[in-house]
Design a binder for this molecule. Structure first.
Ligand SMILES: O=C(O)c1cc(C(=O)O)c2c(n1)C(=O)C(=O)c1cc(C(=O)O)[nH]c1-2
Length: 593
């Protein structure tokens, strides 16, 4: 059903526009010639101040809008621009919303809704999952996915796959043990649940059948491939949360996603590779068993969560040995490397820097698949705390959760990116359930180098928007942005790419050249994703503004200190000169005639 809905471009029925997560629309009414005439068609205030991530879903003509925790959901009628129904979150008796807010690491964001079987699914901040009747907004069922009292929350956009809804959880800064779960959409009963680390059965690893990339080829992971990379019981509080995006290949019946940072951020407290944190996963949608897994950042020392979206491309390419591949997976990691893998086998095809500011690793060794760490930028703590300076990228990565777009017409990927470096000082931290288990102090600042050449230029931009060739691993063009581009992009058959900026602009650029064709300043900073759909023959582009998220946490949570907000507050301070808080949906179209 979801697959069929996505094939009709009048809908935008999943976070990524389709199961592959390409965020591409075949609509071409708005094109490079006329996009300059774009106008605001209508707006809708959500009435909520904190960070608005994700974007509007459009299913069979109805627009669904969500807000951050404690959530609202609105179903909007496009012909009258009125509210059809409204859902308001109510906490269960044992939930204290203030406690939930206090354990959400990076603002109280939510990345959006999922649709399937006549229901709207929302993974709520308190780690419950609700199914709402799409026609009435009535609660169909509600289940508890995880426990906020130990710091487990939800910020993800679920994904409906066949008769199940896939969701994960957050809490890597609280020493949770990450997992992905599938619930039956009929009644919310658990179908499967697989952890990021621990014993093989609980992680869904088959020692002989699950493969990973070693020695220039894929090979079985072997017994205890996770447990053997942790000291003692640290894996039980090992992080690897799954707060990002999920994609699906119906032909292979595989669900793809990434796992986040190992806990704590102090690497000295968890010797070993810490598998399978920081990994790309391919799991059977029916059973959750892992077909293959690939760890990008073994023994993370920088908080480079591997959760960014996996985008599935059907594009022919040859690997380094001349072998053909055409079912690809691309992933732009926090660690600054853009990866292309064969999504059937998990073979590593491309791993190259998509921002040349990246200095923590010289390169990824194609044979072992391991990044080659530059000693100077390794973080550690030897009795005394050590401040490692000038590490690029910063913890929020060369790209954070903001999803890319891909155009099959240009064969290019469009990457909303960060251009930020950091000082990182680990310290000893003791685990207490429900208390922060961070173990590092950070400050962040502009990279000050050219993103394409890596040459120092004293630039102060904190963001870049980059076009990338996923078959060669090369930057095609790159545009500096004053602030991180924290908004998901969309590419269209009109050869226009849209994205939002933290100051609040919606921008349209030419998919081939990157030349700016249109901009409009919305009422608040944009951390939401730009989506597009059509209604009664007209193409619309819609985006949620509403500053927040990690980059906007200073204003969203009223924090002031340089290293507050896990180090992000200082770098983005001047945002206050450009925008203020407030959730608004802005919908654009071309004028009549
Ligand atoms: O480890 C985690 O569980 C976790 C959760 C979240 C989240 O759920 O929002 C973020 C992060 N980590 C994180 O590292 C991060 O950079 C981040 C940015 C954002 C955001 O929405 O702007 N959330 C999160």
């Amino acid at each position: 059903e979801v697959d069929n809905l996505s094939k009709d471009p009048s809908n935008w029925a999943t976070w990524g526009g389709n199961y592959a997560g390409t965020r591409y629309s075949t609509l071409d009414q708005i094109n490079t010639h006329n996009v300059k005439n774009l106008q605001v068609a209508w707006t809708f205030s959500t009435g909520v101040l904190r960070g608005h991530e994700g974007g509007p879903l459009t299913v069979n003509g109805v627009v669904f809008v969500h807000t951050p925790y404690p959530h609202k959901v609105y179903a909007l009628d496009q012909s009258t621009q009125s509210v059809i129904w409204e859902y308001a979150y109510t906490p269960d008796k044992d939930i204290d919303p203030n406690q939930v807010i206090s354990v959400m690491c990076c603002d109280v964001v939510n990345r959006g809704l999922a649709y399937g079987d006549g229901k709207i699914f929302l993974a709520q901040g308190d780690a419950t999952l609700v199914a709402l009747d799409a026609k009435t907004g009535k609660l169909a069922w509600k289940i508890k996915n995880a426990d906020p009292k130990v710091g487990a929350t939800s910020t993800n956009a679920p994904l409906v796959v066949k008769d199940k809804v896939i969701t994960g959880m957050a809490g890597g800064e609280f020493g949770v043990r990450g997992f992905l779960a599938a619930y039956n959409i009929k009644d919310g009963s658990l179908a499967w649940k697989k952890y990021s680390m621990g014993p093989d059965a609980e992680v869904g690893l088959n020692p002989e059948k699950t493969t990973t990339w070693v020695d220039g080829k894929t090979a079985p992971v072997g017994k205890d491939s996770s447990l053997s990379t942790w000291k003692g019981d640290q894996w039980k509080i090992g992080g690897g949360s799954t707060w990002g995006w999920y994609s699906y290949d119906p032909a292979l019946n595989l669900v793809y996603y990434g796992s986040g940072n190992p806990s704590t951020w102090n690497p000295v407290q968890r010797p070993g590779d810490n598998k399978w944190s920081m990994s790309i996963w391919a799991r059977d949608a029916d059973t959750g068993e892992a077909k293959w897994v690939y760890q990008m950042t073994p023994h993370d020392e920088w908080d480079y969560d591997g959760i960014n979206e996996m985008v599935l491309l059907d594009l022919p390419m040859k690997d380094r040995n001349g072998k053909d591949h055409d079912k690809l997976l691309v992933h732009f990691d926090r660690n600054g490397f853009g990866y292309t893998l064969d999504r059937v086998t998990g073979e590593l095809l491309v791993a190259e820097k998509f921002d040349k500011a990246v200095n923590w690793a010289s390169h990824v060794d194609y044979k072992t698949g391991r990044p080659q760490v530059v000693k100077e930028y390794s973080t550690h703590q030897n009795g005394t705390d050590v401040n490692t300076k000038g590490v690029c990228p910063a913890a929020l990565g060369s790209k954070d959760q903001q999803p890319i777009a891909f155009s099959p017409r240009t064969k290019l990927v469009y990457i909303p990116g960060n251009h930020v470096c950091m000082n990182y000082e680990p310290f000893e931290v003791e685990y207490t359930a429900g208390q922060p288990y961070v173990g590092a102090t950070l400050t962040m600042f502009p990279a000050g180098v050219d993103a394409v050449t890596g040459i120092k230029n004293g630039s102060t931009n904190l963001g870049v928007f980059t076009a990338w060739d996923p078959t060669t691993g090369k930057i095609v063009w790159s545009k500096d942005e004053p602030f991180s581009v924290w908004s998901g992009a969309v590419a269209t058959a009109g050869d226009v790419v849209f994205y939002g900026t933290l100051e609040g602009y919606v921008k349209a650029v030419d998919a081939r050249s990157g030349n700016e064709l249109y901009r409009f300043k919305t009422p608040s900073g944009i951390i939401g994703n730009v989506n597009t759909w059509s209604y009664k023959g007209k193409q619309y582009v819609g985006v949620l503004s509403g500053l927040g998220g990690w980059a906007g946490i200073g204003m969203a949570a009223g924090l002031d200190g340089e290293s507050e907000g896990l180090g992000a507050v200082g770098a983005y301070k001047s945002l206050a000169n450009f925008t203020k808080l407030g959730g608004v949906l802005t919908v654009f179209s071309l004028p009549n005639n």
